[in-house]
Ligand binder design. Structure first.
Ligand SMILES: *[C@@H]1O[C@H](CO)[C@@H](O)[C@H](O)[C@H]1NC(C)=O
Ligand SMILES: *[C@@H]1O[C@H](CO)[C@@H](O)[C@H](O)[C@H]1NC(C)=O
Ligand SMILES: *[C@@H]1O[C@H](CO)[C@@H](O)[C@H](O)[C@H]1NC(C)=O
Length: 349
C-alpha cells in the first residue's frame, strides 16, 4: 500500500522501490549511506538529506533573536559563539512542513530564554520537512543521524550529555529519539516528545521512532493520539491533556492539525506560566483505554515547566482551557468518586 501511495504522490513510476513493509526509515538510512548525490529537484522526491540540509542555530540570552550557526566538527564555530559549556543545553526540533522559524521552536525558545539562561539550539531541517508527508517521514532517520553527529561533536568538545535535553514535535520527536539512540556517549539526559507523529510509524519498530530507551528520561505529551500522533504511551511519563486525542477549542479539526499543535503550545506555556498544568496519575494506560475513565491514584504531577520529573513514571491525565492561557491550575478531580472521564483513540497498531 505504501508503495502505491508513494508513486501516486510523486508521479515517479519508473524507479524500483523494494522497501520492507512495514516501512523502516532506519533501513532506508542504512542503504542510503553512500547515495549518489541527486540534483536538488530530485532530492525533493527521494528523501535525500545531507549535512547541508540540517542547520544548527544557537540562541542564548546574549543573542536571543539572531542565531549563530554551529557546524559539525568545526570547533571554532562553537567556541567563537555565545555557547556556554557551563549551562544546560536545550535542542528544539520541529516537525513536518515547519522550519527553524516556525511557532515550534520559536515559542519554546522564547519562553526558555525569558526564564532561564541556557544554550538553545534549534535544528532547522526545513528543506527536508517541506515535502510530502511520506518523504518527510523517510527523511527523519537521516536528519536523526546528522543530529547524532552533531551531538558526538559536542561530546568531543567536552559537553556532557547529562546537561542535554532534546525536545521534538511530531516528526521531530522521532528525529530526537533516533539521535538519542545512536549518540556515542549517552545516554542523553532527557527527551521530550510533543505529540510524536503516528502516520507511517509503528509501535513495534522501536528503532524508527521515539521510545523510552532513547534517553535516561523520556516524557511525552499526547494531544492528537490515534490520528496525527501516537496514542500509546512511548516514554517514562506520558501526559494526556484532555484525554490526548481531541482538544477543546479546536472545533471539528478534521485533519487534526489544531490538536497536534496544542502539544507545543501547552509546553511553551508551561515554561513561563505561574499557573501549573497539574495532572492526575492514572493506574495505567489500559485502564484509560478500556474503561474510558481514569480513577485518580491520588498522585499529581505538573506537566512541562522548567523541571524534569525523574522517577515519577506513569500515565497522567489533565484538562486544560480551550484557549490561552491553557493551564487550569491545581488538581482537577471531580467531587464525587474522583473519577475522571477521558476519551481515547484506539491504541496505535
Ligand atoms: C527545479 O525546481 C525549481 C523550483 O522548484 C524549478 O524552477 C526548476 O526549473 C527545476 N529544475 C529542473 C531541472 O527541473
Ligand atoms: C566529524 O568527525 C567524526 C569523527 O572524527 C566523523 O566520523 C564524522 O563523519 C565527521 N562529520 C562531519 C560532518 O565532518
Ligand atoms: C519574553 O520577554 C520579552 C521581553 O520582555 C517579551 O516581549 C515576550 O513577550 C516574552 N515572551 C514570553 C513567551 O514570555
Amino acid at each position: 500500500m505504501i508503495l502505491r501511495l508513494f508513486i501516486v504522490i510523486t508521479g515517479v513510476s519508473a524507479i524500483e522501490w523494494d522497501a520492507p513493509i512495514p516501512y523502516d526509515p532506519v533501513w532506508l538510512a542504512s542503504v542510503q549511506k553512500y547515495p549518489p548525490i541527486p540534483s536538488f529537484n530530485e532530492s525533493r522526491f527521494w528523501g535525500w538529506v545531507g549535512e547541508k540540509d540540517v542547520q544548527f542555530r544557537l540562541y542564548t540570552r546574549r543573542n536571543p533573536f539572531e542565531f549563530q550557526v554551529l557546524k559539525i566538527n568545526e570547533s571554532s564555530s562553537l567556541w567563537d559563539s555565545n555557547f556556554d559549556v557551563r549551562k544546560k543545553v536545550k535542542v528544539l526540533t520541529h516537525g513536518w512542513l515547519n522550519h527553524g522559524d516556525s511557532p515550534m521552536p520559536e515559542s519554546i525558545r522564547e519562553a526558555y530564554l525569558n526564564v532561564s539562561d541556557l544554550n538553545i539550539i534549534v535544528v532547522d531541517w526545513g528543506t527536508a520537512a517541506n515535502v510530502n508527508y511520506i518523504l518527510a517521514s523517510y527523511n527523519v532517520a537521516m536528519v536523526g543521524r546528522v543530529l547524532t553527529q552533531f551531538l558526538n561533536f559536542l561530546i568531543d568538545e567536552g559537553v556532557s550529555m547529562d546537561d542535554m535535553h532534546l525536545i521534538g514535535h511530531s516528526l521531530g520527536a522521532h528525529v530526537v529519539g533516533i539521535a538519542g539512540a545512536y549518540v556515542r556517549e549517552g545516554p542523553i539526559d532527557t527527551i521530550t516528545g510533543l505529540d510524536p507523529a503516528l502516520p507511517l510509524f509503528t509501535l513495534s519498530n522501536k528503532d524508527a521512532r521515539l521510545d523510552k530507551h532513547d534517553a535516561r528520561h523520556v516524557e511525552v505529551i499526547h494531544t492528537c493520539g490515534g490520528y496525527l500522533g501516537f496514542a500509546s504511551p512511548l516514554g517514562h511519563i506520558d501526559f494526556y491533556p484532555n484525554g490526548g486525542t481531541r482538544q477543546p477549542g479546536c472545533g471539528i479539526d478534521y485533519r487534526g492539525l489544531c490538536a497536534h499543535n496544542r502539544a507545543h503550545m501547552f509546553f511553551a506555556e508551561s515554561i513561563i506560566s505561574d499557573v501549573p498544568f497539574t495532572a492526575n496519575r492514572c493506574e495505567d494506560y489500559d485502564e484509560l483505554y478500556y474503561t474510558g475513565r481514569c480513577e485518580g491514584t491520588g498522585e499529581t504531577l505538573i506537566m512541562g515547566s522548567l523541571d524534569i520529573h525523574y522517577g515519577k513514571d506513569g500515565i497522567y491525565y489533565l484538562r486544560t482551557n480551550a484557549e490561552k492561557p491553557f493551564a487550569l491550575g491545581e488538581s482537577q478531580r471531580t467531587e464525587e468518586g474522583n473519577e475522571i472521564l477521558v476519551v481515547l483513540a484506539p491504541p496505535a497498531k
